[in-house]
Design a protein. Structure first.
Length: 275
């Protein structure tokens, strides 16, 4: 039987990289009750906010005295080659390595941290900063059920999780959910711009677009088993204004093929980052 979450939040953990995503995860762990005395953070360029958080919450800034139970890699993917030499000493055969580095494969991580055995790739997204993220995970064969459960607890602190059947799927997940918040932000921009083109003052169009996306997201969150298609159909009256707009968006050259191209471009870039 898996250990209680409280027990998993007492494992010695080293977070390498405390930028936007690493910092969001760190705050989520602390807010969920992770023992700060078990956490060390390596950040080459710590912000004043990180210093303040360390002072207030009690975790250590700097390298631990010995390899941790869990090493979380949250540095920039392009920094892996440079950082690996310093991090290799903290990845023992008993250490679980959890990487959120876009495009860096299990094999990439294993090559840079040769003593590590159990490695899990994870792809969280920006909404993790507000506890409403979603993270896709995949593990190598050496990761034990207990280690998978430990990684699951860490990432579930920031929102929903989805285990992938194979590593081949993680670049697609990166393209959908990892980059997805930016697509929604741009949709909000575009909706506001369209409102301005229709005659609304720009400030009002921006507020209407933002509130609409926020509200639609909350409806989706609270909808239970209802699919997005069902929610769309419920607000679309035949011959009405919504139907007229959807006829454009759902045309053969409309939104769906555009998003398919966008997701494939992001997926290709994630693959390229593997080097």
């Amino acid at each position: 039987m898996p250990a209680p979450e409280a027990d998993r939040f007492k494992a010695c953990l080293l977070l390498a990289g405390a930028g936007k995503m690493g910092g969001a995860m760190l705050r989520a762990w602390l807010d969920k009750g992770y023992d700060p005395e078990k956490i060390s953070v390596l950040e080459p360029h710590p912000s004043p906010g990180l210093f303040e958080l360390a002072r207030d919450r009690g975790f250590a800034l700097g390298a631990p005295a010995r390899p941790p139970d869990i090493l979380v890699l949250a540095i920039k993917p392009q920094s892996l080659d440079e950082a690996a030499a310093g991090l290799a000493a903290f990845a023992s055969p008993e250490t679980l390595v959890v990487s959120i580095l876009a495009g860096k494969t299990l094999a990439n991580i294993a090559a840079k941290l040769p003593q590590a055995k159990a490695i899990i790739r994870a792809m969280p997204n920006l909404a993790s900063a507000v506890g409403r993220g979603v993270t896709a995970l995949t593990a190598n064969a050496a990761a034990t059920p207990s280690q998978r459960a430990a990684a699951e607890s860490l990432l579930a602190a920031t929102g929903a999780i989805e285990w992938l059947a194979s590593e081949e799927l993680i670049d697609a997940a990166t393209a959908v959910s990892g980059s997805g918040p930016a697509y929604v932000f741009y949709l909000t921009e575009a909706l506001a711009s369209a409102g301005t083109s229709a005659g609304l003052p720009a400030a009002i169009a921006a507020r209407l677009a933002r509130a609409t996306v926020e509200g639609a997201g909350e409806l989706l969150f609270q909808s239970g088993d209802k699919s997005p298609a069902e929610l769309r159909e419920n607000v679309t009256s035949r011959g009405g204004t919504t139907a007229a707009a959807l006829e454009i968006l759902m045309a053969p050259d409309g939104l769906e093929p555009l998003l398919e191209r966008a997701v494939k471009a992001a997926q290709a870039r994630a693959r390229a980052l593997a080097g």
